[in-house]
Structures are given as C-alpha cells and as structure tokens.
Write a protein that binds this ligand. Sequence first.
Ligand code: ZN
Length: 55
Amino acid sequence: MTIRIYCERCGFVFYRGDELANPQEIIRRYGNRCPRCYKPLILDPKKISIKAKQR
Ligand SMILES: [Zn+2]
C-alpha cells in the first residue's frame, strides 16, 4: 500500500511511501504550510491519497 500526501494546489509531495505515517505529524514538520506555494495546510482525509498496490 502506497500512501501519498501532497499539496492540492501545486502538487508538492510531502510524503510518499509504504509505511503508515501520521499525516498530522508530517504536516507539522513543514510548519503547517506548503514550502512551495505557501498554502496553509489543513488535514483533510479527502485530500490524502491512499492507493492499494496490486500484487
Ligand atoms: Zn503547494
């Protein structure tokens, strides 16, 4: 399973990987805003893409 957390506006990827990460913690690490477009980040489960990898 690949977890991807990205900015909806500019597509900056904050996190991508197989490990189950805490999105809140990742967003906080960036100061609650996107480093590329400076959009304030609000944790919204609908904006977090979680895709199951087919084997
Ligand atoms: Zn952005």
